[in-house]
Design a protein around this ligand. Structure first.
Ligand SMILES: Nc1ncnc2c1ncn2[C@@H]1O[C@H](COP(=O)(O)OP(=O)(O)OP(=O)(O)O)[C@@H](O)[C@H]1O
Length: 277
């Protein structure tokens, strides 16, 4: 690990740079030649209908899937050659439930602090800081099973933040939440980004959220990037007064989803609970 650190010299100024990403599950192509460049400090939205290949792209970037023959660089480091350094720089909020219902909020975050090697001497303070950054300081000693859907997602955000990542990757951070809870999650994401300058790569099905919060957006469909730009650029490329949802439909022709909330609903809405994403 130390030799990896010694040779880990950044080669580009981007937070994430991908070239020709490809992945197939058996014969089924999920990602079909994706090029992406995410600038440091921006909120970059990856949008697309179910099955477009967003999660697979994220798993390639986080090194959970091998990116060969394509290329992924995170803060200029080749992810294939510097896998551990790249993983250390990323905080990942998976689509699957990653909070444990039987543990308190604090215990859930402490678990991630240990998993991600936050030094023992800093753990207590760091866990307290991120719980308060997501507005859960007063609920920290309660079991997660008593949390609302929005609180669970904010708890999972705290888990992703506890290792002080430079790049925060959020896979549908507001899935299954009502509009008020969605706003609560975004407020916390924006606040963390303002105070830390962190880069955020996010997937969402909510066009209104992408329009409001993302600096740039890539529209993905059937494994490929179909359009890329700021929300205004994408909208003005269609017709005057077009909404982002209309842009989305123009490129994909598909329906958007609207799920529900609560711990049980979150469990039902998302895939099987898994701490390892
Ligand atoms: N582990 C897997 N095994 C087999 N096929 C998979 C697997 N994971 C994803 N796929 C398939 O790959 C394609 C892309 O899936 P992916 O989860 O990347 O899409 P997505 O855009 O994230 O969708 P969603 O919005 O529903 O999360 C889909 O056809 C999906 O069925």
């Amino acid at each position: 690990m130390s030799s990896e650190k010694a040779t880990a010299k950044p080669t580009s100024e981007y937070a994430v740079a991908c070239r020709d990403l490809r992945h197939a599950f058996g014969g089924a192509v999920a990602v079909d030649g994706v090029d992406l460049a995410v600038a440091e400090g921006e909120i970059f939205g990856l949008l697309g209908p179910n099955g477009a290949g967003k999660t697979t792209t994220i798993r390639l970037i986080t090194t959970l899937l091998p990116a060969r023959p394509g290329m992924v660089e995170v803060f200029g480091l080749d992810a294939a050659r510097h896998q551990m350094a790249v993983r250390r720089s990323i905080g990942y909020l998976p689509q699957q439930l990653s909070a444990d219902a039987a543990l308190t909020g604090r215990e859930n975050v402490e678990l991630f602090a240990r998993l991600f090697d936050v030094p023992r001497s800093e753990r207590r303070e760091r866990v307290g800081e991120v719980l308060s950054a997501v507005g859960l300081e007063n609920a920290a000693e309660r079991r997660a099973q008593t949390y609302s859907g929005g609180m669970i997602r904010r708890l999972e955000l705290a888990q992703a933040l506890v290792s002080t990542p430079r790049l925060l990757i959020l896979d549908e951070p507001t899935i299954g939440l009502d509009p008020v809870a969605r706003d609560g999650v975004w407020e916390r994401i924006q606040e963390v980004r303002r105070t830390t300058g962190m880069t955020v790569l996010v997937t969402t099905h909510h066009m209104d959220e992408a329009d409001l919060h993302c600096n740039r957006i890539a529209l993905m469909h059937r494994g490929r990037i179909r359009a890329l730009g700021t929300p205004s650029e994408l909208k003005s490329g269609l017709e005057s007064g077009a909404t982002l949802e209309e842009v989305f439909r123009a490129y994909t022709g598909d329906q958007l989803d609207e799920p529900a909330d609560g711990f049980r609903d979150a469990r039902r809405t998302r895939r099987t609970a898994s701490r390892l994403g």
